[in-house]
Design a protein around this ligand. Sequence first.
Ligand code: CO8
Length: 257
Amino acid sequence: MAYKTLIVETRGNVGLVTLNRPQALNALNSTVLKELKEAYAAFHADEAIGAIVLTGSERAFAAGADIKEMQSLQFADIYKSDFISGWDDVAKVRKPVIAAVSGFALGGGCELAMMCDFIIASETAKFGQPEITLGVIPGMGGSQRLTRAVGKAKAMDLILTGRMMDAAEAERSGLVSRVVPPERLIDEALAAAEKIASLSRPSVMMAKEAVNRAFETTLEEGLRFERRLFHSLFATDDQKEGMAAFVEKRKPAFTHR
Ligand code: CO8
């Protein structure tokens, strides 16, 4: 499959997707959305792939939605077509996705990074929701996911002023899980993804589902959901293998069943 806006590769058991619109700092448009959904679907269907890394260029993860594509849109049209709703599918990929962010992650770019399961940032990363400076507001989940990630004070500060925050502030705020030197970014993200891919797929996918449920439900329901998933993993070969390998002091050989 030939992609116009992405570079899609496999590295061992990891799918690597690189946003590739350098002329527009990887601004997100309808082609990026279509291709990202295709790439994710292909990796989801590929049994060998256990995790995905999504990255951009050194200068920009993505500088937002494509302003030139949005500029002349009219309310009635975008309302009727439910513009942006297609991005929900990107957030719903069931295998883990790590965002490896260098440079600008602004607007839809920050929102796309937040759709991933966690963000590893280069020291050069800059995060922001500058939509307010364009006379609009975040539209791909920024007001919701950023607020859940960093809390009301910081989310209001960023969304109302449109200012950028650097990698250190993003790590302090809980938006990113690790900050690494720029030259280490891809290796660090690939190593984390490879580690995840080496583990039992059912338990990895259920762990992702369980954490995500924390954002959707009450504590009591979330605890019940977690416990039922935990119980169900005892029906897998991988639970037997993982625990036997521990007891026998050897590496587990997971079959993902
Ligand atoms: N859309 C389209 N083109 C862009 C974008 C963008 N978001 N960002 C940069 N570019 C283009 C520039 O127009 C420029 O092109 P050209 O060379 O043809 O003039 C090229 O990329 C390089 O950019 P700059 O010359 O501006 O580079 P600088 O280093 O001077 O500045 C910045 C870098 C600070 C990142 C600056 O480009 C900038 O402010 N970009 C816009 C950031 C922004 O406002 N993002 C939010 C967009 S709105 C949004 O994301 C809403 C999300 C919800 C909808 C989702 C639907 C898909």
